[in-house]
Design a protein around this ligand. Structure first.
Ligand code: NAP
Length: 513
């Protein structure tokens, strides 16, 4: 007797991971941990580390506690301080790559210029700038958020006779001692640069367009004994990264972001206001530094020493704007001329680019620029309609704030892994359903407008229509959402189910692709 059954057997997937920064390294390590080794990590640069490779400015620090800005699978007892510096963090990522033998999987100097979905094979063709092509089942877009510098067009900038560059392009050999440096922009980057230069340069002029609220935080280094203690007792590290204090702080902060009238928000406002009132002695300078919008509307600046820095005799805060850049310096809006040797644009990034300018073409030839014509969107920051098996780490509208992006990416990976299981077992294509995407965005946008980010200031958190491009709910809601994919929200295409002749168990050959 012959009976027909339908079956699909698990298949081995082939992956392209785009970017060898924090998230791409995570994807590589976690794929290996699943026993999957058929992947290539495409990296446009010559080494790993993403933002930590590109940013090398003086004072670069991560304002998330170092032990929390660490992969869960690779605690680091050797952090030198509660807040680690950029070079040390870069070293950490390089070490993870070496420890996990990932170098062989990384294709350096290989910018991906196109990802094209092939409807017939249900696979992606990847093309690099050198013309190499490869065909894969799954694309993991781990290309980061803040990597396309935003350079202001200032009149006369091209005439400047000294060094002029964006903060993420800091020349390694730049002399600083005894020089006069202008820094445009006072986000986290500009504040860190000015603080560091205030004790080194002859003169620092901080060009401030809008003042910032500054959250005072403690800074301390770890002694050799403390580092030894971390080595001897991993629980001490766990207590910092997962302790009640750390998570209570995250919850408080997050409650404030989503409930602008909460006691938590009032507490943040009181702390930053007290910091300004008590730390800045000169009333004229204090007023220059006083924001006219609510705390945490822009990303809060965490600093233990910016107010000290701007009160040093070497530092000027210029608030009258930039009328013109001239060969020898900058003419301010009020007619003051600031002679300068170096001009730094700490003016942030084009935060709406994500994987672009890579050309991403999905099912039926639809391209990402069309899908994102109004604003970048991704369901739960991970999946995009009509881009099957294309998953983002730290994609648009994920949680932003003063949290660890590593924790966010790890949770996203846990979620993506469950979609990969389906692709391995029985699905050929998974992408968010278009209607589900729209419904999600409608809810997200409504909620985002009520968060503190939408309370009336400019920032890179806002999209072109002034809507916060962020996760608008609690961190716990994000953690919950990352637990298990709700497949009813997805367009899941089954792998071709083929009849398998079963002649009393005689022929059970795998016939699917
Ligand atoms: P940013 O927060 O976007 O700040 C850009 C600054 O440049 C703002 O002060 C802005 O002024 C100013 N600016 C932009 N265009 C200007 C123009 N045409 N003329 C004058 N001023 C102009 O950029 P960022 O400081 O590089 O930081 C970006 C993000 O990187 C941060 O929010 C954070 O997520 C991340 N980061 C993190 C750390 C950390 O320690 N974890 C450190 C650095 C950076 P307005 O405010 O008036 O627009």
């Amino acid at each position: 007797m012959t009976s027909d059954t339908t079956t699909t057997a698990p298949r081995k997937l082939r992956y392209a991971i785009i970017g060898a920064g924090m998230a791409g390294i995570l994807a590589g390590v976690r794929l290996r941990a699943r026993g999957e080794d058929d992947f290539v990590i495409y990296e446009k640069g010559a080494s790993v580390g993403g933002t930590w490779r590109e940013n090398r400015y003086p004072g670069l620090t991560c304002d998330v506690p170092a032990h929390a800005y660490t992969y869960s699978f690779a605690p680091n007892p050797d952090w030198s301080a509660f807040y680690a510096g950029g070079p040390e963090i870069h070293d950490y990522f390089q070490r993870i790559v070496a420890d996990h033998g990932l170098e062989d999987a990384i294709r350096f100097n290989s910018e991906v210029v196109a990802c094209e979905y092939q409807d017939d094979t249900e696979r992606w063709q990847i093309t690099t700038a050198t013309g190499e092509t490869s065909v894969v089942d799954v694309v993991i877009a781990a290309s980061g958020v803040l990597h396309h510098p935003n350079i202001p067009s200032l009149p006369g900038a091209e005439t400047f006779a000294g060094e002029i560059f964006h903060s993420a392009r800091w020349p390694d050999d730049l002399a600083l001692d005894g020089r006069r440096v202008g820094v445009v922009g006072n986000g986290s980057t500009g504040v860190q640069i000015v603080t560091a230069l205030s004790t080194r340069c002859e003169r620092v002029v901080h060009f401030q367009r809008s003042p910032q609220w500054i959250m005072p935080v403690p800074f301390f280094t770890y002694s050799d004994d403390e580092r030894q203690a971390f080595r001897d007792d991993p629980e001490l590290i766990e207590a910092i990264r997962n302790g009640e204090d750390y998570w209570a702080g995250i919850r408080r902060f997050n409650t404030a972001l989503v409930d602008t009238e909460s006691p938590e928000m009032a507490e943040i406002e009181a702390i930053v206001l007290r910091n300004l009132e008590e730390s800045v002695r000169d009333p004229v300078l204090r007023e220059k530094l006083r924001p006219n919008y609510r705390a945490a509307c822009k990303r809060l600046i965490y600093s233990w020493s910016y107010y000290d820095a701007v009160q040093r005799p070497t530092v000027d805060v210029e608030t009258s704007g930039i009328a013109e850049v001239q060969p020898g310096g900058v003419l301010a809006g009020d007619g003051t001329f600031h002679p300068l040797d170096v001009l730094v644009f700490a003016t942030g990034f084009q935060a709406d680019r994500f994987i672009r300018p890579t050309r991403v073409t999905g099912r039926g030839g639809v391209n990402l620029d069309e899908i994102w014509a109004r604003r970048p969107k991704a369901y739960l920051a991970i999946s995009i309609p009509d881009l099957p098996n294309f998953f983002m780490l730290n994609g648009p509208t994920g949680p932003v704030g003063n949290f660890s992006l590593i924790d966010i990416a790890e949770r996203q990976w846990d979620y993506i892994e469950q979609l990969l299981d389906r692709l391995r077992d029985d699905a050929s294509g998974i992408s968010v359903d278009e209607q589900a995407m729209d419904a999600y965005e409608t809810r997200r946008i409504a909620a985002a407008k009520t968060t503190i980010f939408g309370s009336g200031c400019t920032s890179w958190y806002l999209d072109a229509e002034g809507v916060p491009a962020s996760w608008p709910w609690s961190y716990q809601a994000f953690a919950d959402a990352m637990q298990t994919p709700d497949l009813t929200q997805y367009d899941v295409r089954k792998r071709e189910e083929r009849a398998v002749a079963n002649c009393d168990g005689a022929d059970t050959r795998r016939l699917d692709a």
